[in-house]
Design a protein around this ligand. Structure first.
Ligand SMILES: Nc1ncnc2c1ncn2[C@@H]1O[C@H](COP(=O)(O)OP(=O)(O)OP(=O)(O)O)[C@@H](O)[C@H]1O
Ligand SMILES: [Mg+2]
Length: 230
């Protein structure tokens, strides 16, 4: 296995009939294992749509998605969903933390969904919060944390079941430069330590030096793929 993600001829439109708007055109893309991949391009060019298809949040109209060498078409809806829960961590731009439960419970959610016991899930959540430097915020509600701290909680939640692929939509856009850099340091050291594949959509040119590869999109197409660090 060489690729974390393989896309063949992906097309995607929104709307019907005269309102139909095609936003992805014949996307072919290989994302190798264990690298940090940036997806960049102008607003509206289809970045979020593309990563949502990779993550299984949206379905493509046509074309093939292979994750870790498995053609997603070969899986039933049920096995597809558990495959993705096990192998993909998704970090949303707006963090999507549950406001009414504590930080540690938010981080434990993926394990609880997988049917792990509550105390085991909390123990693991505590370990990973420690790793992202938020051990003293375990019992807080998300709203009492800064933007950067909330983003670290979202990252801890995405990492807790050690996914092979981490997908982030603009993880640093709403953060100041220093916090953005800290988040990227964390993601890149995790990627290196655990050979995790990281896919990051970003407009943030302050963090471009963390990329191994930059995938440029324009008007629903891949325009260019640049390798940065060999
Ligand atoms: N649910 C939807 N229904 C209809 N059109 C949509 C939907 N989601 C996205 N689009 C359209 O698809 C196109 C691509 O959107 P997408 O969100 O993928 O762009 P993006 O590259 O992520 O932009 P940004 O950088 O602003 O986040 C846009 O024209 C958008 O209006
Ligand atoms: Mg977007």
């Amino acid at each position: 296995m060489n690729n974390a993600v393989t896309l063949n001829s992906i097309n995607k439109s929104f709307g019907e009939a005269e309102y139909k708007n095609q936003v992805l055109f014949d996307i072919n893309l290989n994302i190798p294992l264990g690298k940090i991949n940036f997806i960049v391009g102008p607003s509206g060019c289809g970045k979020t749509t593309l990563i949502s298809i990779i993550a299984g949040i949206l379905n493509q109209d046509s074309g093939k998605v292979k994750l870790l060498d498995i053609d997603q078409k070969d899986l039933t809806e049920k096995t597809k969903s558990s495959f993705r829960k096990e192998n993909i961590g998704f970090i949303f731009q707006q963090f999507n933390l549950v406001p009414t439960i504590s930080v540690i419970e938010n981080v434990a959610i993926p394990l609880l969904i997988q049917g792990k016991g509550f105390s085991e899930a909390l123990k693991r959540a505590s370990e990973i919060l420690n790793k992202v430097g938020l051990q003293e915020k375990e019992k807080s509600l998300p709203k009492n944390l800064s933007g950067g701290q909330q983003q670290r909680v979202a990252i801890a939640r995405a990492l807790i079941n050690e996914p092979k692929i981490i997908i982030c939509d603009e993880p640093t856009a709403s953060l100041d430069g220093q916090t953005g850099t800290t988040i990227m340091e964390m993601l890149s050291s995790i990627a290196k330590e655990t050979a995790t594949t990281v896919i990051i959509v970003t407009h943030d040119n302050r963090i471009y030096n963390y990329a191994d590869r930059i995938i440029e999109m324009e008007d629903g197409r891949i325009k260019n793929v640049r390798e940065i660090n060999g």
